[in-house]
Design a protein around this ligand. Structure first.
Ligand SMILES: Nc1nc2c(ncn2[C@@H]2O[C@H](COP(=O)(O)OP(=O)(O)O)[C@@H](O)[C@H]2O)c(=O)[nH]1
Ligand SMILES: Nc1ncnc2c1ncn2[C@@H]1O[C@H](COP(=O)(O)OP(=O)(O)O)[C@@H](O)[C@H]1O
Length: 390
């Protein structure tokens, strides 16, 4: 979709007919935008989860209302919203009178991610992505055969740079190992629950690996980005392929063992699998290494022979040298957005101007030129500046 007409309705003036032909009164705090033949009404509460803000679609041609499947963690309802259409099928939603770190949201109604999920789930889909300040860098996908040392390398990185990196905690149907903690190493779950959540669009990717189901929930990636950290995903090659095809703009790294013999020795020495499981993992390893090297998914292939050397190479790939600052994001001072305001779009800048009583009115510029990311996950690089008081 190209630049959509920036049609902006702050308060809905007229009632609308819902899907049952009943005229319903929109709340004063609801807002709507129009894109082509559709109006997206943002307000009320979400059908499936009363904690989230609702979204309804009205199709002018069929004169029908529908409730789309809403992906991602949405904003909580508040006292009012402003909305404005941006390019690439996205709507900027500003929460009025909200905490500064919770005021900027993006509703994706026709972004590449939404189009892909619409096709995959076979239903109408929209996705939320919260705007976060600062410039947390691209997520990192790390793949490699079982026992190659992915977990060890990731643990080293998180230990050395605790404020820079955060681990995306996957869901799995495999049983926990004795030292593994639920919600720290994995969200341990069962197959029926996970399959239902996959159907509901809760997962960014999933795959069956060594006979169990594994997957990255959208929420796991959001939690890390919200904390201002760079997200690390430890996932298999099938998962990496799905992420590559998605709009999550990531760096892809594949870790290779020095030899199959060494891989086998490491798996045995780890002592976490039965003999049968070790055999299965070794059989799968050959295909994984082949796919990792030849699929074109991975921009970087590292050999984990000597651990310290491999760790150094990993840091190089991630652009971390010894003088690197240890914080992932710049601290940006919070600016509270005025409760009553108008919103105007000017190229990549959005002007938020305070209205209402009083003499000293704030004008804030939201610069969208440096934003990156988006659903699934957060929209990073939000830059808010106070312009003047008049
Ligand atoms: N696709 C996908 N693969 C995952 C996910 N989480 C873990 N994996 C992969 O599943 C495989 C097995 O992981 P695990 O059972 O922890 O065994 P380990 O790799 O031997 O430590 C590894 O290749 C992981 O990278 C996920 O969320 N999605
Ligand atoms: N370069 C290395 N040399 C020797 N042992 C290693 C090396 N890297 C990791 N290991 C060991 O190999 C085992 C498997 O590593 P792990 O990080 O659990 O692999 P993965 O997460 O890829 O399954 C662990 O016992 C770990 O301590």
């Amino acid at each position: 979709m190209g630049e959509a007409p920036a049609f902006f309705v702050d308060h809905l003036g007229n009632g609308h007919t819902n899907g049952f032909g009943v005229k319903s009164e929109p709340k004063k705090r609801d807002t709507s935008v129009q894109i082509g033949d559709r109006s997206y009404v943002i307000g009320g509460i979400h059908e499936g989860n009363p904690l989230f803000l609702g979204v309804q679609i009205h199709d002018k041609i069929t004169n029908k209302w529908s409730s789309p499947t809403v992906l991602g963690t949405g904003p909580k309802p508040c006292k009012g919203y402003s909305a404005i259409v941006l390019k690439n099928g996205r709507v900027l939603v500003i929460k009025k009178d909200s905490a500064s770190d919770d005021s900027i949201w993006f509703l994706e109604v026709d972004s590449p991610f939404v189009r892909e999920q619409r096709k995959l789930l076979g239903k109408e889909v929209v996705a939320w992505s919260k705007g976060v300040r600062g410039n947390a860098e691209k997520p990192i996908v790390i793949s490699g055969p079982s026992g190659v040392g992915k977990g060890t390398l990731i643990a080293m990185l998180m230990k050395e740079f605790p404020s820079m990196f955060g681990f995306s905690v996957s869901h799995t149907t495999r049983a926990p190992r004795c030292m593994e903690k639920n919600s720290v190493h994995y969200h341990f779950t069962d197959k029926t629950v996970m399959e239902k959540e996959i159907k509901d669009g809760k997962f960014l990717e999933f795959a069956s690996v060594h006979g169990n189901l594994y997957g990255t929930s959208i929420e796991s990636v959001e939690v890390v980005t919200d904390s201002g950290k760079r997200c690390i995903l430890d996932i298999d090659v099938q998962g990496a392929r799905s992420v590559k095809a998605s709009s999550l703009d990531a760096i892809f790294i594949f870790i290779c063992p020095p030899s199959m013999k060494e891989l086998e020795d490491r798996l045995r020495a780890r002592g976490t699998e039965t003999e049968e499981q070790i055999q299965k993992r070794l059989r799968n390893a050959e295909a994984e290494i082949k796919a990792g090297k030849s699929s074109g998914i991975f921009g970087h292939i590292l050999y984990n022979d000597n651990l310290e050397e491999c760790y150094k190479n990993l840091k190089n790939v991630l652009g971390i040298d010894d003088d690197a600052p240890v914080n992932g994001v710049e601290a940006v001072e919070g600016i509270n957005l005025p409760k009553e305001h108008t919103v105007t779009k000017m190229e990549d800048e959005i002007l938020i101007q305070e209205t209402g009583e009083g003499t000293k009115k704030k004008t804030i510029v939201l610069d969208l030129s440096s934003i990156n990311g988006g659903a699934p996950g957060r929209t990073r690089g939000i830059d808010l500046d106070m312009v003047k008081s008049s």
